[in-house]
Design a binder for this molecule. Structure first.
Ligand code: PEP
Ligand code: MG
Length: 579
């Protein structure tokens, strides 16, 4: 039995057999096999070589018609490597002598050869290292491709274990069979964590080298409440976790019972609870959990699980489906937040050196106007179906806001010309996710109907801490005094300008932060649907007076640790079951 501590990102407990998904983009961890598995792994190596050779031969033949001599030459070099018997033999020997997986043997052997090539002075030879890496990726795709297919055609309950998962991979999981997620990488607000929470799959991230201590098929416990993953648990531990799991399910049922009750504090202050969704199907879950509308629809997921670019009708259908669940309640559609960790990197010829500081979000939309206008056209068409509001992400300055509004105006004119009905008074707001937006909130407030504070990005950009990087995850905190000062500024500026203010970052899903947010003047929270009952229970257990006093004390504190400890103690008194 081995216990690892990570970051709890999606509550619940999973006890299941593990399915390991590696990625060809990362170093494949050394994983041991039983001596009886040797021949199976060696056969997998052989099959991978055979399939890769077949694939390359086909590609090479496809080049015949064109004049692409250089590409043909490259393929020929790769094929020579793949047909080299001694290379296969070397890999098979490694599997046999070291008892390691086919993936590990392939990756290590080819990287060793590549490293050797790099050291050679002759540039012709040293440049061949890139070819070797390419061959490594091709072989790994053959080996791992089958595992990817396994995830798509599951027939039994499993726990997914991976070094890192992309939001797209996670979004594709069938929650009937994927009962838990454990990853080496990631942070509390990484998009993979957000998707896991939305799907209600218990998840722990930032387990560092967890994938090295586990083999496919091992029993694993994933404790999404305490941030723990256990490989090969003993009987006593399994029994203890079965008990935790039972208690957690009981708590969930008890909390679900408050669904019909209003989200009001003990001194009768009404708080609006909205849901964050990535897919239209989730709107129903928001309703079931007692949410009063959609505060953040992350529409970029329409791109993430589509092999081709969504048409205007695809957009419209997704929005209409969401609105049909909340006809008379707000549905805030955020325009595509593509870029950074989502979508565009894999489509680029050369990846951006700093994608989170690059062509992301509204910046990407303003440089891809056809795509942007297509989405706005669909949103406006859908605006007559309900209470649609439009929200622009990652606005960093007034010019950007003006540019986005101008494009919106253009699309409205197009609709007028086409004689298509839309809501001419559609509410329009922006996300405040950067220090620059927070510091100029008083100016930005003049041109919008509402602000929604995206604390996930606001925290990462204020503290200069990558929200998905496990190595700096201890530095990432939305209650760091610097972040809190910016949040306070935005709230005050929104109140002065008399515009609506929402919080839609993960901070609104955190039980410990609710009293502070209410005390700072927040009255609308948009959060992960499964967390709505718990957050409502906290709201119903406090008075605004208590919350004001908590906020006053916190805003006078100088260290994040002091703030966190204080908030944990205060919340524990209200909802001890969560801890
Ligand atoms: C945020 O940044 O807080 C936010 C809600 O947007 P996302 O998590 O999609 O970046
Ligand atoms: Mg964001």
């Amino acid at each position: 039995m081995e216990i690892k501590k990570g970051i709890a990102v999606s509550p619940g407990i999973c006890i299941a057999k593990s399915l390991i998904i590696d990625s060809e983009d990362y170093r494949i961890p050394r994983r041991s096999i039983e001596p009886t598995q040797r021949m199976i792994e060696i056969q997998r190596v052989k099959n991978a070589f055979k399939d890769a050779t077949r694939e390359l031969t086909r590609l090479e033949a496809g080049q015949e018609a064109s004049e692409q001599r250089t590409i043909k030459d490259i393929f020929a070099v790769h094929l020579r490597f793949l047909r080299d018997r001694s290379l296969q033999k070397k890999i098979a020997n490694l599997v046999r002598s070291e008892l390691v997986t086919a993936e590990y043997a392939v990756s290590t052997t080819l990287r060793e050869i590549a490293a050797h090539f790099t050291k050679v002075k002759d540039p012709y030879i040293s440049e061949r290292a890139a070819d070797i890496y390419d061959i490594e990726r091709r072989l790994l795709r053959q080996l791992l491709g089958r595992k990817r297919e396994d995830v798509e055609h599951l027939t039994e309950e499993i726990a997914v274990v991976a070094r890192e998962l992309s939001p797209t991979q996670t979004a594709g999981f069938n929650k009937r069979f994927v009962k838990g997620i454990a990853t080496d990488a990631g942070g509390r607000t990484s998009h993979t964590a957000i998707v896991a929470r939305s799907l209600g799959i218990p998840a722990v991230v930032a387990l560092e080298d967890f994938t090295e201590s586990i083999s496919g098929g091992d029993t694993v416990i994933i404790d999404g409440n305490r941030g723990i993953a256990i490989v090969d648990p003993d009987e006593q531990t399994i029994r203890q976790y079965e008990k935790y799991s039972f208690e957690f399910t009981e708590l969930e049922h008890r909390l679900d019972a408050i669904r019909e009750k209003p989200a009001v504090t003990r001194d009768d202050v009404k708080i609006t609870l909205l849901g964050n969704i990535e897919f239209p199907e989730e709107a129903e879950l928001v309703l079931q959990k007692g949410g009063e509308g959609i505060g953040l629809y992350r529409t970029e997921f329409l791109y993430l699980n589509n092999p081709s670019e969504p048409t205007e009708q695809d957009h419209y259908k997704a929005y209409a489906e969401t609105i049909s669940v909340f006809k008379h309640r707000p549905v805030i559609i955020r325009t595509m937040d593509l870029g950074a960790d989502k979508y565009t990197q894999s489509k680029r010829l050369a990846p951006e050196p700093n994608p989170f500081l690059g062509l992301r979000s509204i910046r990407f939309c303003l440089q891809n106007l056809t795509m942007f206008k297509r989405q706005l056209h669909a949103i406006l068409r859908a605006s007559v179906l309900g209470e649609v509001e439009i929200m622009f992400p990652l606005i960093t300055n007034v010019q950007e806001l003006m540019h986005a509004k101008l494009i919106l105006r253009d699309v409205m004119d197009d609709l007028d010309e086409e004689d298509i009905a839309f809501n001419k008074n559609v509410q329009m707001g922006i996300m405040i996710e950067t220090p620059s937006a927070a510091l100029t909130a008083s100016t930005l407030a003049r041109d919008v109907d509402f602000f929604s504070i995206g604390t996930n990005d606001l925290t990462q950009y204020t503290l200069a801490v990558d929200r998905g990087n496990e190595w700096v995850s201890t530095l990432y905190s939305s209650v760091d005094p610097a972040v809190l000062r910016l949040i306070r500024t935005v709230i005050q500026d929104a109140h002065k300008a008399q515009i609506e203010l929402h919080i839609c970052g993960e901070m609104a899903s955190e039980p410990e932060y609710i009293m502070l947010l209410l005390g700072m003047g927040v009255r609308t929270l948009s959060l992960a649907p499964p967390m709505i009952p718990e957050i409502k229970q906290i709201i119903r257990s406090v008075t605004i007076e208590d919350c004001n006093s908590v906020a006053r004390k916190i805003l006078g504190m100088n260290s994040e640790r002091q703030v966190s400890n204080f908030l944990r103690d205060a919340t524990r008194k209200i909802l001890p079951e969560v801890f």
